[in-house]
Design a protein around this ligand. Structure first.
Ligand code: THG
Length: 280
């Protein structure tokens, strides 16, 4: 199954069984005070700096999250989208809990972007599926619904099935729904990562969807987050994750290594290219 995104001109193909596509996570105000203070001043130079460094480190898509307390994201999200797409030819992943902000961003978008995210709640399905259809956007479908978050992988699978059914009924192609099995902190629940991995296996095996996840979520509250995120990413890719949201400056080497050992990088061409680009 292929999910095709694009920037102004450049296409990015996410393919089940294909090499890892990295969605860069760093344009996100969580613990990034400088991002909040610069955005509040209407200064986009730091956002553009974060975009450039992620692209240089191997990001294929950029997650754009401008959510902080008091923000007018219906105004700010499209402004930031314009600033990024005026400078870089890369698809964006519009990360907001506010459907109005997502729609405002899609109105100005110059490519085929991802909506991050739709979940199984009736309110979310009603608000965003028509918007995705109207603007031809792809969707991340989050495995949670009106009953909250379940730890039963079969139930998470059934939520994503329902999101797909609703979207397909509205005329969206199944391949344009990317599943998110929910990655959560292993410090809070020792089984959290296993539940996510089992959900990935089910979604991948039964539905064949492309799968994303917030890979860095699992290490909240722990030291040496990079080791944890790397270990989890590798396992998740083996189970079926194709487009993780992660910090490319820390994860690209592991993603290239996973592709190589899983037979997705003939003659180690991308692995060696990445190594050389870091060491020249
Ligand atoms: N699913 C979907 N979208 C998501 C998430 C998800 N968007 C937000 C989030 N979860 C994924 N993005 C992040 C971004 C930053 C961090 C974690 C998840 C993070 N950053 C560290 C910090 O702020 O201290 C480290 C920053 C760094 O690496 O330098 O933890 O699950 N669909």
């Amino acid at each position: 199954m292929k999910t095709i995104l694009s920037g102004r001109t450049r296409e990015v193909v996410i393919e089940t069984g294909g090499p890892v596509v990295i969605i860069g996570e760093t344009i996100n105000p969580t613990r990034r005070k400088k991002l909040v203070s610069t955005l509040e001043e209407g200064d986009f130079s730091y956002v553009l700096e974060l975009a450039a460094s992620q692209i240089n480190a191997g990001a294929d898509v950029l997650d754009v999250n401008v959510g902080y307390p008091g923000v007018d994201d219906v105004k700010l999200l499209p402004e930031v989208v314009c600033a990024i797409q005026d400078n870089f030819d890369i698809p964006l992943c519009l990360d907001s809990p506010n459907p109005a902000a997502i729609e405002a961003a899609l109105k100005v978008s110059a490519g085929r972007y991802l909506i991050n995210s739709v979940n199984g709640k009736e309110e979310s399905l009603k608000a965003l599926i028509p918007v995705a259809k109207e603007y031809g956007a792809a969707i991340i479908g989050l495995c949670m619904d009106d009953d909250g978050i379940t730890n039963d992988p079969e139930k998470r699978l059934s939520i994503i099935e329902r999101i797909i059914e609703r979207a397909v009924t509205a005329g969206i192609k199944a391949e344009d729904i990317v599943a998110d099995p929910l990655a959560m902190a292993v410090s809070a629940d020792p089984q959290a990562c296993l539940v996510t991995l089992e959900t990935i296996r089910l979604v991948s095996g039964k539905l064949g969807q492309n799968i994303t996840m917030g890979a860095s979520n699992i290490s909240f509250g722990l030291p040496d987050r990079e080791s944890l995120n790397t270990a989890f990413l590798t396992l998740a890719v083996y189970c079926g994750v194709t487009c993780p949201i992660a910090n490319p400056e820390k994860i690209t080497a592991a993603a290239r290594a996973a592709d190589l050992v899983l037979g997705r990088d003939d003659f180690a061409i991308r692995f060696v290219e990445y190594y050389q680009s870091r060491n020249s």
